[in-house]
Design a protein around this ligand. Structure first.
Ligand SMILES: [Zn+2]
Length: 482
């Protein structure tokens, strides 16, 4: 028995100002490493294949995507034959001319390796899942947690299922229900936590092998974008359909549970004086580079300055030009900056003025996703403008934890307001000391005010953009019944 593990990972935001080319793909990816570790732990011979991952951004240039896909397939063919091919993909990857990269990649692998090989795919829950992927892969397992803390667990499940399927011990049948909902759920807390817990309980008790509660990724702007449910059972199509329908209806019922937490900039900042025990944390979710934004939106910054708020810190602004001027000026200098607002009109206007340089750290490291090593981000700097400190760098990454502040001499515990460019992955690291956590929907390229976005390819009806009801959820589609 031989297993191949590989990866091709990109979360694509059709509204992102950040282009995506071959050179933007590196070889480091935590979910791929988790899949390798799970495969190695199985004791079966594993070939550690290639992994290419780019940070979230705009659709990949067509020829560059084709190069990545073809390299993966060529390697599998050259190093094969394999019994199982396990791939860590994202689920919301789009390239020019390829609205469903995952379906395309797996179809290419299937075409090259034939119907006999077992293909298993692990996906992020911010996925746009289409039928092509489900028909070409034997097993598709999506993580359940947002923040994404369960890649290792999901990888272990996928490896186990693929090996059991290969050995003839199980006969996976998948029921798929796309749900006409653009939303997102924060799984550390009910009500979505309850669904996740119930799904896990079913996986451990019944003929259910795996349940995927797919949040979707509206910003990919493809026909498959939207929430979905996948239920894999062991040779039990009726059970798969029943559970898939039930979970789809339950997700529908809580469609606005967490979307409803989003507030306007004004509503968030109105709560600043109310905060006492620990900092108020505001997520600038509309400019979360983890979903492909430019990470230089100034909407909240302008409002903070206009209100004269004191002891506020914001991170992490991606502004290489401003950083260069700051480094040139040095610590203690006053430098004239046009800060932020350069990537797109959706990022707002630059904040132009004189800033005091308070810290420059040329070897900064910031927190990564929980469970992963800190990320080396090169030079980070902090500048002061009135009562506000701004952390800036030339590395575009979301805020996963408070280290980004400490690295430039800002104590997050004694700061009144922390504004972090992230949508949800910051949550666990800040929840222990924040007095309150607020989700702010600034009008940037990851806004949840979907009516603001110029969609071209999404399907309809889609809640909340159109009126729709539970009757608009289609019947489950069965895959794998031959
Ligand atoms: Zn995600």
């Amino acid at each position: 028995m031989r297993i191949y593990v590989g990866g091709l990972i990109h979360e694509t935001n059709a509204f992102s100002p950040v282009p995506t080319r071959l050179a933007d793909y590196g070889d480091h990816c935590g979910s791929y490493e988790d899949l390798c570790a799970a495969a190695a732990a199985s004791g079966v011979e594993m070939y550690r294949g290639r992994c290419a991952r780019a940070a979230p951004s705009a659709p990949t240039v067509r020829a560059d995507y084709e190069t990545l896909r073809n390299s993966l397939v060529s390697e599998i063919v050259a190093q094969g034959p394999f019994d199982c091919i396990l791939l860590s993909l994202h689920g919301a990857q789009v390239a020019e001319g390829y609205p469903d990269c995952e379906g395309d990649v797996v179809a290419a692998v299937r075409g090259a390796c034939g119907n006999d090989v077992t293909i298993g795919v692990m996906l992020d829950l911010h996925a746009a899942i289409g039928l092509r992927l489900l028909e070409q892969a034997n097993l598709v397992c999506v993580i359940k947690e947002y923040p994404h803390t369960d890649f290792p667990e999901t990888a272990a499940q996928l490896v186990d299922l693929a090996l059991r399927q290969r050995r003839g011990q199980i006969s996976p049948v998948t029921a798929f229900v796309p749900i006409p909902v653009f939303s997102l759920w924060h799984t550390p807390l009910p009500p979505s936590k309850t669904l996740v817990d119930d799904a896990r309980a079913l996986e451990s008790e019944s003929s259910v092998l795996h349940i995927s509660l797919v949040h979707g990724f509206p910003w990919s702007d493809v026909a498959d974008a939207g929430a979905a449910v996948l239920v894999i059972t062991d040779g039990d199509p009726e059970g798969a359909v029943r559970h898939a329908r039930q979970f789809a209806h339950r997700l529908w019922k809580i469609r606005d549970a967490d979307l409803g937490h989003y507030q306007s900039i004004e509503e968030c900042l109105d709560q600043v004086p109310l905060s006492h025990s620990g900092p108020l944390v505001i997520a600038d979710a509309g400019d979360n580079p983890g979903a492909g934004t430019g990470s230089d939106a100034t909407w909240i910054l302008h409002e903070v300055v206009a209100r004269g708020l004191q002891n506020v810190a914001l991170a992490l602004f991606h502004d290489p030009e401003a950083l260069a001027r700051v480094v040139e000026g040095g610590v203690g200098a006053t430098v004239r900056l046009s800060l932020g607002g350069h990537s797109t009109e959706l990022a707002g206007a630059p904040l132009v003025g004189d800033f005091t340089v308070t810290c420059i750290n040329p070897t900064a490291r910031i927190d990564a996703m929980p469970g992963y090593e800190p990320i080396a981000v090169g030079t980070l700097a902090a500048v002061r403008y009135g009562g506000v400190q701004i952390v800036l760098g030339d590395y575009r990454e979301q805020v996963f934890g408070p280290r980004v502040f400490r690295e430039v001499g800002i104590d997050p515990l004694t700061t009144s307001v922390l504004v972090v460019k992230s949508a949800q992955h910051f949550y666990n690291a800040f929840a222990s000391f924040a007095s309150t956590i607020l989700y702010c929907d600034s009008p940037c390229s990851r806004t949840v005010d979907f009516a603001r976005l110029p969609f071209s390819n999404r399907r309809s009806p889609m809640w909340p953009l159109e009126e729709c009801g539970i009757g608009d959820i289609p019947a489950p589609v069965l895959i794998g019944v031959r």
